[in-house]
Design a protein around this ligand. Structure first.
Ligand code: COI
Length: 366
């Protein structure tokens, strides 16, 4: 197992306790950042050997990049998202980080970036959260969102994989992704844009996929919707995923269905956790193609019970309605306690230490 020692530069004055308390009182999502960042650099030497080096914790702040850095021109970039949770005894834990480390490397292979040893990934999280532990919020549904990312820093305009790369982790105290209390969201059906195509980067977690979703996201917002749904128009209008989260359907007969991992769809860590929890709760889980037509038909014939989005940022958020240019598909009103609510409570309970972690999903950071 590869290890690097993280040097610590704690010279910069952190935000004051008062400022931090004000931020933690209402963090929202992605608005504020902790005092430090973890950095590990990579370069290829004259013999063509690449290595990770210069692991360090440094003050949070702007990155000095050459204007010709490859990431600024060709988007050679990948990222991850996971959270740190404070437990009642003060300890801080994270959820299935090995899955994020593995997915980062799958994304790295697709974007021709170097793989990062999982041990270095984990050490970077641990080091950062150790120095910024005071930033882990404790409110209901709140956590410290960790954003690892890897960028091509080499100054070079030729189109080839960069030989200088930087891996970084930043951290941001986070509440509900959609702001305020948890409410069902409305989503807009993107009819003109695709998020991914066969052989593309759909299952990689790279900035380009999210940039490609933004024009459709603007349409969604103009329609009063919070997220956008993409379909695979070349595959019978199969449901793909939302701009930034996976999607699930629960049927009244106890089936829970999510689109299968067909190369277009992000291998969501929350997605896979939901599948496991749902199976254990007696639901029949299916990973398969689900078309827009099936969605419409199952609302019309009364067999559909719930639709929800899930992701690290979104946790589990019910979808109340899919709006399209020709009308809207409204999720039926819940009859009794919805499954999404129970699955969400179990997931958050495991993450925050109030439900037993029988699957060893948690890793202690501090
Ligand atoms: C996450 O859920 O961690 C993501 O990266 C999605 C993004 C919409 C915040």
């Amino acid at each position: 197992m590869e290890t690097l020692t993280f040097r610590r530069d704690l010279s910069q004055q952190p935000k004051s306790e008062t400022e931090r308390a004000e931020i933690l009182a209402n963090p929202g999502f992605g608005n504020y950042f902790t005092d430090h960042t973890a950095v590990v650099d990579y370069s290829v030497d004259a013999q063509g050997e690449g290595s990770w080096h210069d692991a360090r914790i440094e003050p949070y702040g702007p990155i000095a990049l050459d204007p010709s850095a490859a990431v600024l021109h060709y988007g050679q970039e990948i990222f991850e998202g996971l959270k740190a949770y404070r437990h009642a005894d003060g300890s801080v834990w994270t959820f299935r980080p090995e899955a994020n480390a593995a997915r980062l490397n799958t994304s790295a292979r697709r974007l021709a970036l170097p793989e990062l040893p999982a041990s270095v990934f984990l050490d970077a999280l641990r080091e950062l959260v150790s120095v910024d532990a005071a930033w882990v919020p404790t409110g209901d549904g709140e956590a410290l969102y960790l954003r690892p990312f890897m960028i091509a820093t080499e100054p070079f305009l030729g189109v080839r994989p960069a030989r200088e790369v930087s891996f970084r982790v930043i951290a941001s105290p986070a509440g509900n992704y959609f702001g305020g209390e948890l409410h069902p969201v409305s989503i807009w059906l993107s009819e003109h844009y695709a998020r991914a195509g066969r052989g593309g980067t759909g299952e990689a977690k790279c900035g380009g996929n999210y940039a490609a979703s933004l024009a459709a996201q603007l349409e969604a917002e103009a329609q009063g919707c919070q997220q956008v749904l993409f379909l695979d128009q070349f595959n019978d209008n199969a449901v793909d995923e939302l701009g930034g989260m996976n999607v699930f359907f629960v049927f009244k007969d106890g089936r829970i269905v999510t689109p299968e991992l067909n190369g277009n769809i992000l291998h969501g860590v929350t997605r896979s956790s939901v599948l496991e929890i749902a199976k254990e709760r007696g639901l029949h889980a299916e990973e398969r193609k689900i078309t827009l037509q099936e969605w419409k038909d199952s609302v019309a014939d009364g067999s559909l019970a719930e639709v929800f989005a899930c992701g690290t940022a979104a946790v589990i958020t019910p979808i109340g309605e899919l709006k399209t240019s020709t009308g809207s598909i409204v999720t039926p009103a819940a009859e009794g306690e919805p499954h999404w609510k129970a699955i969400r409570a179990e997931l958050l309970g495991i993450q925050t230490g109030t439900v037993e972690d029988t699957r060893c999903w948690l890793t202690r950071l501090v």
